[in-house]
Unconditional design. Structure first.
Length: 467
């Protein structure tokens, strides 16, 4: 073992035993290490997530001095740790430090000036946008509009100084701003269907560029026609004339475009009136049914006195039949055909079905079936889409004879509803789509099975009788 150690030739180095060249080389490495250290911190200082280049706009103001001061302290600390053996090495380290810091500081100052310049421009641009928006908000106050415009032109002048525009550039920028300013102002009147759009257009259209001017001109012409047409139609509608007399008045206008606008507004007024009347009648009818049902619980003999005779005779007759059946039987037996027709109506046009007044169907639907139809009527679109898919599935998977047999089809629907209610009661939760599909399949298979049994019986009967 001793022999193997002696062969290694490990040099013995004692303190202060370096040659001049070795000392010089060590200092050079330390200087290179310092240079690398500064470069690494330059990247960290400038490009890190929270570095100098992450500062935007006004954030960068006066930050160069702050960042450079911290960097100097860090580099000085590193130099102090190095313990150079020669004075010249330390001087060289200081020179490298100063050069690199000067270069970094120059980059940071340029970036700071750039960000401050961009911030100043953004402030001017924001002021221009603010002036335009203020004019729009106070568009009916001419003094405020003019004040906003004057302020904007002053700001534009400051921006021109900042950007060092010549008179030609300033003139072009001013024309562009004026065009946008008055276009936006007039367009805001148009959006509110305000005829003042026409007045402002006549006054300021020369300041608007050709393309926008043409667009505004067409839009304002349409707006004027719409306002004229609306007022004409509204007055005509108030006279409650026949369609023939209305058409005669419209044709007297002798402006084809305006005539069509008047017809459209008049049609809308009629539809709105019809819808209001239908809503009023529906509410009146629903309330009257509730009164009658309530009275039947208290005094059946007087219930007929609560019929609203301002409603049509057909409605009155339904309520009389309902009262008579309740007094006689104590309940209403469902007309299966009417029940199935309502399900079909919901399938074919749900929006129309939702607006339908179903109150009069109390005459032909049991309380339970009326509640089923009411719940269907109040479903949202998602649940309706599930209902529609189920309806289609049931229709496609029941035989033609079953569909023609109202009794059987009605029973299928009732079975499905009963099974769903049982599921809810047992599980204390709503039914998911998969479970609902299984319930529908169970109901259909039961009645398909009955159909087959019926066919077997018929075939057997034919075989025995020869018929």
């Amino acid at each position: 073992m001793t022999e193997s150690f002696s062969m290694r030739k490990i040099p013995i180095i004692q303190e202060n035993n370096y040659s001049a060249d070795e000392i010089q080389n060590t200092d050079k490495v330390k200087i290179l290490e310092l240079s690398n250290f500064i470069d690494e911190w330059e990247q960290e200082l400038l490009f890190s997530e929270n570095g100098f280049y992450s500062l935007k706009g006004k954030e960068a103001e006066n930050k160069t001095k702050e960042y450079i001061r911290e960097l100097k302290e860090l580099i000085n600390s590193k130099i102090a740790e190095q313990k150079f053996s020669q004075i010249t090495s330390k001087q060289m380290a200081e020179e490298i430090k100063n050069k690199k810091i000067s270069a970094i500081e120059a980059k940071m100052q340029n970036y700071e000036l750039q960000q401050l310049s961009e911030w100043e421009i953004s402030v001017y641009e924001k002021a221009l946008t603010g002036a335009k928006n203020r004019a729009i908000l106070y568009k009916n106050d001419e003094m405020t509009v003019q004040s906003a415009y004057n302020n904007a032109i002053t700001v534009l002048g400051l921006l021109a100084e900042k950007e060092k525009w010549d008179l030609k550039v300033f003139s072009i920028k001013k024309e562009e701003f004026e065009s946008d300013f008055y276009y936006s102002l007039i367009n805001s009147f148009i959006k509110e269907k305000d005829i003042n759009a026409s007045l402002y257009f006549e006054k300021y259209n020369k300041k608007i560029n050709i393309k926008d001017k043409e667009n505004l001109k067409k839009t304002i012409e349409l707006l004027k026609n719409n306002i004229t047409g609306y007022n004409f139609a509204k007055e005509l509608f108030s006279y409650n004339l026949t369609d023939e007399k209305n058409e005669k008045e419209i044709k007297a206008v002798k402006n084809k475009e305006l005539e069509e606008i008047i017809r459209k507004f008049l049609s809308d007024f009629k539809k709105d009136k019809k819808k209001r009347e239908e809503d009023e009648n529906r509410n009146q009818n629903e309330n009257n049914w509730q009164e009658i049902i309530s009275q039947l619980k208290n005094d059946k003999d007087k219930a007929i006195l609560y019929i609203d005779y301002t409603l049509d005779e057909k409605n009155q007759k339904k309520k009389k039949n309902y009262i008579e059946n309740i007094r006689k039987n104590g309940y209403i037996q469902t007309d299966k055909k009417e029940f199935l027709n309502l399900l079909k109506e919901a399938y074919e046009d749900f929006n129309k079905f939702k607006d339908k007044d179903i109150s009069d169907y109390r005459e032909v639907l049991s309380d339970r079936d009326y509640e089923i139809i009411s719940e269907l009527k109040n479903q949202n679109l998602d649940k309706y889409n599930i209902y529609k898919a189920n309806y289609k599935y049931i229709s496609e998977n029941t035989s033609k004879s079953t569909q023609e047999n109202e009794e059987k089809l009605y029973n299928i629907v009732q079975l499905i509803i009963s099974l769903k209610n049982i599921y809810r009661e047992i599980n204390k939760k709503e039914i998911d789509i998969e479970t609902e599909n299984k319930i529908i399949e169970i109901a259909i298979k039961r009645y398909q099975s009955e159909e087959k049994e019926k066919e077997k019986v018929n075939d057997s009967f034919k075989h025995r009788t020869g018929k």
